[in-house]
Design a protein around this ligand. Sequence first.
Ligand SMILES: Cc1ncc(COP(=O)(O)O)c(C=O)c1O
Length: 507
Amino acid sequence: MNCAERLVAIFGSQAEVARRFRLDRAVVNNWVKSGYVPARWAMEVEHSTGGQITAVEVLNGANARKPIRLKSRPDGESFFGSTFSGSDMMNEFAPAKRINSFHPPQRTLMGPGPTEIHPRVLTTMSQPAIGYLDPIFVEMMEELKSLLRYAYQTKNALTFPISGPGSVGMEYCFVNLVKPGDKVIVCRNGVFGGRMIENVERCGGVPIVVEDKWGEPVDPQKLDDALMQNRDARLVAFVHAETSTGVLSDAKTLVEIAHKYDALAIVDAVTSLGGSPVLVDAWKIDAIYSASQKCLSCTPGLSPVSFSDRVVEYVKARKDKIHSWFMDMNLLLGYWGATNRTYHHTAPTNSLFALHEALLLIREEGLDNCWARHQRHHTALKAGLEAMGLKFLVKEQHQIPQMNAVICPEGVNEAAVRKTLLTEFGLEIGAGLGPLAGKIWRFGLMGYSCRPDNVMLCLSALGSVLDDMGYAVHVGDAEAAAHSAYASMHAKAAQAKKRREAAKAAA
Ligand SMILES: Cc1ncc(COP(=O)(O)O)c(C=O)c1O
């Protein structure tokens, strides 16, 4: 059956297809007669059939029946005189199959990142390119830095987005701060602590590892003990929100302990920034990095970093050459510093426009409202998941609202559930990593993906899939639990507002 016939089968009649797509019946009749759905309807078809017919199938079907002709003049008539064109010499290296423009399907992204990108951010990204030293761009860079300082709650002058994903931000911190032979205390309670150890080793440092169980926060006492036993350690590194397990560690306390022993603290805020409080100045964090594609609702590929003045002096005072040219703080300052910008690398300008817009959205929403939104939708999602009988990996007091790790029930095929959610509901959730592979699901509620419609879709889709697989769940109970959580949060917020207004009137 071709896509046109499948559409009719799904919706019952050509008339119904026409109604759904707001088309004349004759148009749909023509699709059926010609045996394909035109490529421009690909996304709409995937969306309206809930993924039963994917956009790619529509595109392939349309292309098979009506291939796109790209040639504007016959073979051999190249305007600039080459006699080799079309089917000869260079075609030896051409792709084996016909390639069409890429049209990603519309997905609901509720995994560990990337998250859905806010429409305003998407629009901003598609603005015309300008040069990375254009005065208008340079002005935008200063605004971007100030918006980042707001997101990080810091006055650190050195706060900017490094070009590259979160892993580049991580390497930037280690490569600038770790000298060969330096002892670094690294706290590991999941995947990303492990990557920090790798970074220390690759910088020639000596990692002293403080281990905690996956799913538990970093134990401050263990860090204190490690520093006590390693008085010469000058650095401490830990992950604030461990994405692999959904656990939040107490960054303020861990930094305090590092400072008690005169060590500097490197903090991974890839998953926490924008979703949970990250107070760089109040917690006296020395070096921190994050990523654009999680709670900032932006495209992947940028890593906001911030160094305190003390760290900047520490790096400037290094006598040895920093082992990465690209990530050398001193060289990057030539481009991102406040004055006299010079070429360092070609900055990803359109992605930087996008980050500017994404941070502006947070500024407009208000950072505290943004944290509260993550908490609110987490509370509703959790109520629904628990009503299905599912259990969280992490104890309630250490859970991160934006990353919900849930144990896959005995006898349920973890991977099959994720696959069905993706193919039938266009919903992406995350799998477990390392020792948790096959044992947990990770439901992200980050940035623009953190919305009530996503919470409700997730609960009903997951409930239906589990039910189909023979795991006894009552989808209605899960939805009712989430609705009731929302209702009680609304009622509490309304009461609090009333009290505030009454107090204001009385004052
Ligand atoms: C806590 C944490 N640190 C670092 C990274 C690496 O970031 P990226 O994938 O953007 O390189 C991730 C990615 O998920 C993360 O969750």
